[in-house]
Design a protein around this ligand. Sequence first.
Ligand code: B12
Length: 230
Amino acid sequence: MSEDIIAALKENVIQGRKTIADEGIDEALSGKPGVVELTQSALDNNIPLETIIAQGLTAGMQVVGEKFATKEYFIPDMLASAEAVGAAMEILKPLLEASNIETKGKFVIATVKGDIHDIGKNIVAILLKGAGYEVDDLGVDVPTEKIVEVVRESKPQFLGLSALLTTTMLVMKEVVEALKKSGIRDKVKVLIGGAAVSDEYAREIGADAYCTDGFHAINVLDAFQKSGVQ
Ligand code: B12
């Protein structure tokens, strides 16, 4: 039952069907629950939030990306899937945010200059809020100067940078360099994430960690806290 719901959720993300009223690429899906209804029924069936996000929503978007790469899908298809995932996250958001109210530290997050992908960043922001961090989300296409200014002014312990394009991942390096130039690099832990980046890239640009997803970020931050690093 749970597996069927998650499989249907993933398939409806791939087909960009936000609700029961939407048509899919596959006509057989017409009149069947869409991403919104399936997310709700996953919750009603006590499927863990982590499973809904990782195996349903994110796994679906992964396939959308593959279809875009092979030119089976175009930008409107990606957008339909993105909107469906956004609607699902609106349903999950209150539950994720309510799970913890203690403040573990300030986390500033941004999608770097030139990049407008925000689904992953938004998921990370919501998960970290739920894990007890005070999150300041600067949005997408954020200029490097703005990021440095916020780090200088509001003194967060952590900075999260997101980039999904091989072109914009280079901006992450620019941010780390700008923090160094401003003399505040050692005041903040820099975490990077997004489809384009890796552990190796984090090391190369001098970031403190690469995270595969928001759950991984929570573990990394908790490890920083345990080792007493501020
Ligand atoms: C949806 C989507 C879009 C949507 C974005 C809508 C939105 N509001 O975000 C739209 C249609 C706007 C779009 C536009 C473009 N896109 Co696009 N897009 C995607 C797609 C299909 C899914 C991205 C996504 O949302 N994934 C789901 C989320 C949950 O995963 P995620 O973002 O990776 O985030 C998770 C982790 O990476 C991590 N994470 C992410 N950030 C951070 C940050 C921190 C601090 C931490 C700790 C963790 C973390 O945690 C997240 C949660 O699990 C990807 C394919 C892919 N496989 O990534 C292509 C993809 C990224 N896009 C691509 C391209 C080429 C483009 C365009 C250039 C297309 C065009 N010709 O115009 C434009 C660029 C626009 C721009 N300037 O940014 C390419 C990039 C290729 C490359 N190597 O650079 C991809 C890989 C598709 C492909 N296979 O070709 N896109």
